[in-house]
Design a protein. Structure first.
Length: 269
């Protein structure tokens, strides 16, 4: 009896060792079909079978399990570096939304595709226009153009309407906040060595006598020119003149129109 137990135990040793070796390779025994399978469910033939090979159902072309793609972007989860991509979004090989122009804004949100490399953009993927003159920063040769300026294709001012420059009542004396505006204008002019002349032109509305308005416009134009010179603008390129009420840009019958007509303009050459 003892000898029989020893014989049976020795006979089972190869199977135990083989089973352990198979397990180390990621294989598991399929007791239902009496065959070995990989972790993907593929069949694996072995020398240990309880049934005839033809009846195990585990011999033929292996069929691998399909890997999941939770967000349905066409990139399987194990390779998807951007899980949760919204439906319909075009993605790259990593499963991340495409950014064709490389501006940091994905194509689905980019309202300005084809942005030049290195250009700074806003949240819509459009190039920045920091001074608001209508010329994007990457093409703007004259940055920080003052508000109210008309510019050329390079973003350089051709003329500036100083609507924020105000004066004390019936006077050519500048208000304090107007000086702050003119400081920016002076800085812009000094940064333009290409400018050969600046004409400062004063305008009024039609309230009061025309002669009075002419005199007032001249005083205000001169006050602006003098202040620009005090801030370092070359006086040799500056001139001033008043146009009184002769060149309105709006209807003098309304308060809004009169406010638009009271202005100082700079003509640049």
């Amino acid at each position: 009896m003892q000898m029989r137990k020893i014989t049976i135990a020795l006979a089972l040793v190869p199977m135990f060792f083989s089973t352990a070796a198979m397990a180390e390779k990621g294989l598991a025994y399929d007791a239902t079909n009496s065959g070995w399978r990989t972790g993907y469910g593929e069949c694996w033939t072995t020398t240990f079978r309880d049934k005839d090979p033809a009846s195990t159902g585990c011999f033929g072309e292996p069929v691998a399990m399909t890997e999941g793609d939770a967000d349905g972007d066409g990139v399987v989860d194990s390779k998807d570096q951007c899980p949760g991509t919204p439906a319909g979004t075009q993605v790259d090989a990593k499963g991340c939304a495409l950014d064709s122009d490389g501006d940091g804004v994905v194509d689905a949100k980019d309202k300005c595709p084809g942005t030049p490399a290195g250009a700074k953009v806003d949240a819509n993927g459009c190039e920045l226009d920091s001074d608001g003159d209508g010329v994007v920063d990457s093409r703007d040769k004259c940055a920080n153009t003052p508000a109210g300026a008309t510019v050329d294709s390079k973003g350089c001012a051709l003329g500036i309407v100083l609507r924020d420059v105000r004066f004390k009542l019936n006077s050519g004396e500048l208000t304090a906040d107007s000086k702050a505006t003119l400081d920016k204008v002076a800085a812009s002019l000094k940064a333009r060595p290409d400018i050969t002349s600046v004409a400062v032109i004063g305008h009024t509305d039609s309230s009061g006598a025309a002669s009075y308005n002419q005199s007032l416009s001249e005083k205000r134009a001169k006050a602006v020119a003098d202040y620009l010179v005090s801030q370092g603008v070359d006086g040799d390129i500056l001139s001033s003149k008043g146009m009184g009420e002769s060149s309105p840009v709006a209807d003098n019958k309304t308060a809004e129109g009169r406010a638009q007509n009271r202005r100082v303009e700079l003509k640049l050459n």
